[in-house]
Design a protein around this ligand. Structure first.
Ligand code: ZN
Length: 251
């Protein structure tokens, strides 16, 4: 399928995740039937390798990174991911997900790894996809607008979101907007400029007990529309967000 065949792009998911091995074929098929394209994001060496294989198999998009939750891996393992990403420079839309997580150990080491991969993104001249759970401000202090960043599943303050967008960065609303008041408030108080949408599949399912999948990115758009229907039609929101995603990833 060509990009013109799609109406939506799930700007961040993990269809390469091992837990989806048995379901992946159907998940991708269901997404394509709903005109949803997706960007799957590698988080360690195995997941990065699978992500690239899926790009070749299904024609989906790929970003490659190293998840901050894996802070305790040895330097050698991190170096391997770094070298793999460099070798796949032409295959990727962005470096990520990379970042900081308040829940993981050793913030100092997390920061060093984060900086290493930010430098990689500068070398290959690509934007970064940021994981910044509970560390939104600190991540931004490190990034300093040096590279264009997309905050995946943005959960920080309204003020920081405005600052990020003003400086040309992007924030991504995940399926959390379907049930979280904090996220609904962000939607209500921000425009659609530099806003993209994602599922983070198989995580953050809008339906209890089910694995999340890229087709559910339509639920995110519908929730945004419910909160903004005085200003926009569903179609307008869909188009604006689609174009934002194309601009972010230069596709
Ligand atoms: Zn993710």
């Amino acid at each position: 399928m060509n990009l013109e065949d799609f109406k939506y792009i799930d700007s961040h998911c993990h269809v390469e995740d091992k837990s989806l091995n048995k379901y992946r074929e159907d998940i991708v098929k269901r997404a394509f039937e709903k005109k949803v394209q997706m960007v799957t994001s590698g988080t360690n060496l195995g997941s990065c390798r699978r992500a690239v294989e899926l790009k070749e198999k299904y024609g989906i998009y790929v970003t490659l990174g190293y998840h901050p939750g894996r802070v305790n891996a040895d330097d050698n393992a991190i170096e391997k991911v770094y070298n793999f990403i460099r070798s796949k420079e032409k295959e990727i839309l962005a470096v990520g997900e990379i970042g900081l997580d308040f829940d993981a150990e050793n913030i100092e080491r997390q920061e060093n790894i984060f900086k290493k991969f930010i430098n990689l993104s500068k070398e290959v001249n690509k934007p970064v996809v940021i994981h910044a759970r509970g560390m939104e401000e600190r991540s931004y202090d490190i990034l300093k607008n040096d590279v264009i960043s997309m905050y995946h599943c943005y959960s920080g303050s309204l003020e920081l979101a405005k600052e990020l967008i003003k400086n040309g960065n992007f924030i991504s609303y995940s399926t959390l907007v379907c049930f979280s008041e904090h996220h609904k408030n962000l939607v209500k108080n921000l425009g659609l400029e530099n806003v993209v949408v994602e599922t983070d599949s198989p995580y953050l399912s809008p339906i209890k007990g089910e694995k999340n999948e890229p087709k559910n990115v339509i639920n995110v758009i519908e929730t945004i529309w419910e909160l903004k229907k005085d200003e926009y039609s569903m179609d307008e929101i869909t188009k604006i967000i689609y174009n934002n995603t194309k601009r972010l990833y230069r596709i």
